[in-house]
Design a protein around this ligand. Structure first.
Ligand code: ZN
Length: 253
């Protein structure tokens, strides 16, 4: 409990200090918590130096991808009658939980290892019956399980007819690079060909790119690699001399 209060105090004080120290940084809006002001750079790695500029909300710590997911969830499910529907949130992100709980009539969480979830599940072999859920949501998980095809097949299997799998990934290649073994807890780096794979299991796959939403939310991943802007990303998501866009696949069963 003491830790919770400490964190709340930090969240209240941090934006004021940051605004005072950096009065000329650009100002943005967070669609998740309503914060307005500068976002914080995120150091992804020190060697090589990789920084995501204007990444983290100082109000709720949400990054570009979280703000993107929040907006896409609202656009896809806001008028969908979700209060009558059920959602399985795999590897759940804390900052998305309040929105999803308020939208959906039934909200379940699952993860292979996390303890504070409803079900401990392997996405390659889900224990649920066919056609259990209306929606499955998964974000930045598919680099990890050894069998990518099984993950897609299982998400499709547990969806009811007319259901939706919302799949968010970081697309770093045109074609997925399989490692053939676990490297730094990952089996692969995802390529744009993941979208073709989803189309083999789902009759309709809509692509939501983060540039469909207003600039005020700062959804572009602005990558600075050793002091220079990085643009070595697949054409579909590349922003020349800046970085890349997030892409959410909305897969209709
Ligand atoms: Zn926020």
């Amino acid at each position: 409990m003491a830790q919770l209060w400490t964190e709340r105090i930090k969240q209240a004080v941090r934006p004021r200090i940051y605004k005072t120290l950096f009065p000329h940084r650009p100002q943005f809006d967070c669609p998740i918590c309503g914060y307005h002001g500068p976002f914080k750079d995120k150091v992804v790695s020190k060697t090589p130096s990789v920084v995501r500029v204007d990444s983290k909300c100082l109000g709720c710590c949400a990054a570009e991808r979280h703000r993107m997911m929040h907006l896409t969830i609202q656009e896809v499910f806001g008028d969908w009658g979700a209060e009558e529907k059920s959602l399985l949130h795999i590897a759940p992100e804390d900052c998305l939980k309040p929105q999803l709980k308020s939208l959906f009539g039934t909200y379940h969480t699952a993860d292979l290892l996390q303890k504070n979830v409803d079900f401990n599940e392997d996405v390659q072999a889900l224990s649920f019956d066919d056609a259990t859920y209306d929606v499955v949501l998964i974000s930045r998980v598919l680099t990890i399980p050894p069998d990518l095809e099984a993950c897609i097949r299982e998400m499709r299997r547990v969806l009811k007819p007319g259901g939706i799998a919302m799949i968010a990934e970081i697309y770093t290649h045109e074609k997925t690079v399989e490692f053939g073994k676990m490297v730094n807890s990952r089996s692969r780096e995802i390529g744009v060909d993941l979208l073709s794979m989803t189309q083999q299991h789902f009759p309709k796959v809509d692509q939501y790119l983060s540039d469909r939403y207003d600039d005020e939310y700062q959804l572009t991943n602005q990558i600075v690699l050793d002091g220079n802007p990085a643009s070595d990303y697949p054409e579909l998501v590349r922003v020349p001399d800046i970085g890349f866009l997030d892409l959410v696949a909305v897969c209709h069963a």
